[in-house]
Design a protein around this ligand. Structure first.
Ligand SMILES: N[C@@H](CCC(=O)N[C@@H](CS)C(=O)NCC(=O)O)C(=O)O
Length: 203
């Protein structure tokens, strides 16, 4: 199995998930600028040109980070990386996956866009992303992880995207429950190993 990623991108969370599931995988780095990998044109893997993509041993390719996480969790249900299919808890996890993928991830993507000017980014960060950070911070004030006491793969995705704000000059250090969550996640061996594999330091 191959995970296509770019360092510092949303490819981190499926890598954490693969490690949590104990699955064997190979990392293939995608150059954002050229869309090339060591194998050639990344568009041959997915015409979307976006990471992450997970290529299974049979050649099938799964895209969309939130869906890749669910596929990984469902390979080893006994590890309880997501709640069981069909349960109310599973839908709570899916609510979080969707919220992280849309409001948070795609909101943060605006801050990296070369097509948005600096002033608009500042207004967007204050007016839009601020509410998202505040909601997450409030939730984490009474929950160690998004579902409560137990880690699930949505936490890896949340950690992944919440590690980006400082790169675009958004200061989230005042959201103390988010900070506690990030520190908690960085205690996980799978997170540390994934960061090292991407050659990005947690500290
Ligand atoms: N809908 C996709 C979006 C993935 C995405 O936004 N990937 C970004 C990195 S975090 C990307 O590949 N960007 C490449 C580019 O903008 O050229 C998902 O949820 O997996």
């Amino acid at each position: 199995m191959k995970l296509y990623f770019s360092p510092g991108s949303c490819g981190l969370s499926p890598q954490i998930a693969l490690r949590e599931a104990g699955l064997d995988f190979e990392l293939v780095k995608v150059d954002f600028g050229t869309k090339q990998t060591q194998e050639g044109d990344y568009h041959a893997v997915t015409s979307k040109g976006f990471v992450p993509a997970l290529q299974l041993d049979n050649g099938d390719v799964i895209t969309e980070g939130a869906v890749i996480l669910q596929w990984i969790a469902d390979q080893h249900p006994e590890r309880q990386l997501l709640p069981a299919l069909g349960t109310r808890q599973r839908y709570k996890a899916m609510e979080w996956l969707n919220y992280i993928a849309t409001d948070l991830h795609k909101g943060m993507a605006v801050m990296f866009s070369p097509f948005v000017d600096a002033e608009s980014k500042t207004r967007f960060a204050d007016g839009n992303l601020g509410k998202v950070f505040a909601y997450i911070n409030e939730h984490l004030s009474t929950h160690d992880y998004v579902l409560g006491e137990q880690f699930c793969l949505a936490d890896g995705y949340l950690y992944n995207v919440l590690s980006w704000p400082s790169r675009v000059n958004i200061d989230i250090t005042g959201y103390t429950h988010i900070q506690t969550f990030l520190a908690r996640m960085e205690q996980r061996p799978t997170v540390r190993a994934a960061l090292i594999a991407e050659d990005v330091r947690a500290a």
